[in-house]
Write a protein that binds this ligand. Structure first.
Ligand code: SF4
Ligand code: SF4
Length: 93
């Protein structure tokens, strides 16, 4: 990656692999309730797919709830070790 940050809009890996939708913390549930978006927590809780139900695909990859995305998503840093490991693992397949 030549020292540059990876481009999430052309990657989307952490939203579609490998462990399914993100977990919602109590802070997320409180925020969504406050914002009138409690349905977000319900959809995540009920989702059994590998891909996050809020990932919008094509062209590229986009988060449909980006401004209020779960804390776990906010803390997953582009270019951080988990991001780079995920990208490396998928480049080998
Ligand atoms: S954080 Fe990393 S793995 Fe996630 S979409 Fe961005 S570049 Fe891809
Ligand atoms: S909520 Fe948004 S950022 Fe988080 S995994 Fe789903 S699509 Fe990705």
């Amino acid at each position: 990656m030549n020292g540059q940050l990876p481009d999430c809009l052309t990657c989307g890996l952490c939203c579609r692999k490998p462990v399914g939708p993100p977990a919602a913390y109590p802070e997320d549930l409180e925020r969504w309730a406050h914002e009138g978006m409690a349905e977000i927590g319900n959809r995540l809780d009920g989702c059994r797919d590998a891909v996050c139900p809020f990932l919008v695909v094509g062209p590229g990859f986009r988060c449909a709830i980006y401004p209020t995305r779960p804390l776990v998503c906010r803390h997953f840093a582009a270019g951080g070790s988990a991001c780079l490991e995920l990208r490396l693992a998928n480049s080998r397949r």
